[in-house]
Design a protein around this ligand. Structure first.
Ligand SMILES: NC(=O)c1ccc[n+]([C@@H]2O[C@H](COP(=O)([O-])OP(=O)(O)OC[C@H]3O[C@@H](n4cnc5c(N)ncnc54)[C@H](OP(=O)(O)O)[C@@H]3O)[C@@H](O)[C@H]2O)c1
Length: 326
C-alpha cells in the first residue's frame, strides 16, 4: 500500500513513524503548499514524490491512500478531492466540521468501495477492549467524568496578540474541535448517544472557544465533560459504579487505566503507549480495512458510525453554546 500525506507538521511525522510498523506500507508522496518544504519533507521521510497541487497528487496512479493532517476547515474539501480520485482516506480528527459533510463523504467512499476513516487513536488501541471489560465489572454505573485539559503551547502566542491556527475559528479550530472531540468520542464509544446534552463554553478574543464543559444525560447515568486549551489538568477521568471505579489518565490515548475496587485497591488495566505505537494502531486499521474488507467490515462500520455520531454530538454542543462561527 503506497500512501501520501497532506500537512507537514509534527503529527504527520508521528503518523509516518507509526505507519512504519504496518506491513506492506510505504510512504510514496507528500504534499505541501510550499515546494521547498515539500521537497525537504519528502527527502527526510524517503518519499519518492512531492506535490504542491492536490489535484496533481490525486491524479497520481501510484498512490493508494492519503493521510490528511491539515487545519480542520480543509478536511472536507481535501478528503473530497482524494475520494473522488479513487484514493482511500485516513483524515485527522475531526473528520469534517459538520455531520452532513461526514455523511456525504462516507456515502461517496462506500459507493466507490473506498475506506474513509478518522485518525482517532482511542478507537484503534487494544486498551479499548480492556477498558470495556473493566467497565463490565463496575456494577451499576451512574457517573463518569471525562477530562481533557491541555495547556496549548500556542497560548503564549495568543497572549502576545497573535492568532495561531489552533485559535483561529476560520480554520475550524478551537478547544471543542481540537480537544473536546476526544471527550465526546470517549463518552459516545462507552455510553452511546446521550438522550440530552447541556453545554457551555468561554471564548477568546479571536472568536475561538478556549474551554468548555458539557453534561450528557442518559436514563441511568450522568456524564460530565471538561476540556480546555488554556489550563492543564493533572487529575484522571473516572467512571463510577456501585461495585468499583475506573480511572483513566488520558482519554485520547487510553493510557494508564486503573481499576479501583470497593476497598480502594488499585490495579493496572492498561499502562502507557508511545505516540508512534498509537498512530501505528490506526495506520494498521487503515491498512486492514483496505486489504481485508470482509474480515474487518464490522470494525470499519463501527468506526464510521462512531465518527458520524460524534460529529452530530459536536454540532449539537456548538448549537447549544451558540457563539461558534461554524
Ligand atoms: N491525533 C493527534 O494526536 C493530533 C495531534 C495534533 C493535531 N492533530 C490534527 O491534525 C490536524 C493538523 O493539526 P496541526 O496542529 O498540525 O495543524 P497546523 O500545524 O496548523 O497545520 C498542519 C499543516 O497544514 C498546512 N497548513 C497550515 N496552515 C494552513 C492554512 N492556513 N491553509 C492551508 N494549509 C495550512 C501546513 O502544511 P504546509 O505548510 O506544508 O502546506 C501544516 O503543516 C488537525 O486536524 C488536528 O486536529 C491530531
Amino acid at each position: 500500500m503506497r500512501y501520501a500525506t497532506i500537512g507537514t507538521s509534527w503529527i504527520t511525522e508521528a503518523y509516518i513513524d507509526g505507519a512504519k510498523s504496518v506491513p506492506d506500507t510505504e510512504i510514496y508522496a507528500v504534499y505541501s503548499r510550499d515546494a521547498a518544504k515539500a521537497e525537504a519533507f519528502a527527502k527526510k521521510h524517503g518519499a519518492k514524490m512531492y506535490f504542491t497541487s492536490l489535484e496533481e497528487m490525486a491524479a497520481c496512479k501510484e498512490i493508494d491512500g492519503v493521510y490528511i493532517a491539515s487545519p480542520n476547515s480543509l478536511h472536507y474539501e481535501q478528503s473530497l478531492i482524494m475520494l473522488k480520485a479513487g484514493k482511500h482516506v485516513i483524515c485527522e480528527k475531526p473528520l469534517a466540521i459538520n455531520p452532513e459533510e461526514v455523511e456525504s463523504l462516507i456515502e461517496l467512499a462506500d459507493k466507490n468501495n473506498l475506506v474513509y476513516m478518522e485518525a482517532i487513536m482511542m478507537l484503534h488501541t487494544p486498551a479499548l477492549r480492556l477498558l470495556k471489560e473493566g467497565i463490565g465489572k463496575l456494577g451499576s454505573i451512574t457517573t463518569a467524568h471525562v477530562d481533557f485539559c491541555q495547556l496549548s503551547s500556542k497560548y503564549p502566542a495568543y497572549l502576545r496578540g497573535e492568532t495561531p491556527n489552533i485559535f483561529n475559528p476560520d480554520l475550524g479550530t478551537g478547544c471543542l474541535m481540537d480537544i473536546g472531540v476526544y471527550n465526546v468520542h470517549f463518552a459516545v464509544e462507552l455510553f452511546g448517544m446521550p438522550d440530552k446534552i447541556h453545554a457551555t463554553a468561554r471564548f477568546m478574543k479571536t472568536g475561538a472557544d478556549s474551554h468548555g464543559t458539557a453534561i450528557f444525560e442518559y436514563p441511568d447515568k450522568l456524564v460530565s465533560l471538561c476540556y480546555s486549551k488554556v489550563a492543564q489538568s493533572r487529575t484522571p477521568s473516572y467512571i463510577l459504579g456501585d461495585e468499583g471505579s475506573i480511572e483513566i489518565e488520558s482519554v485520547s490515548k487510553l493510557t494508564n487505566i486503573y481499576a479501583v475496587d470497593k476497598n480502594g485497591e488499585r490495579s493496572l488495566i492498561f499502562g502507557d503507549s508511545e505516540k508512534d505505537v498509537l498512530m501505528g494502531n490506526e495506520a494498521r486499521s487503515f491498512y486492514n480495512y483496505i486489504t481485508e474488507p470482509e474480515k474487518f467490515k464490522a470494525e470499519y462500520e463501527h468506526t464510521k458510525q462512531a465518527s458520524l455520531n460524534v460529529s452530530k454530538v459536536m454540532k449539537e454542543i456548538r448549537s447549544l453554546i451558540g457563539e461558534f462561527k461554524f
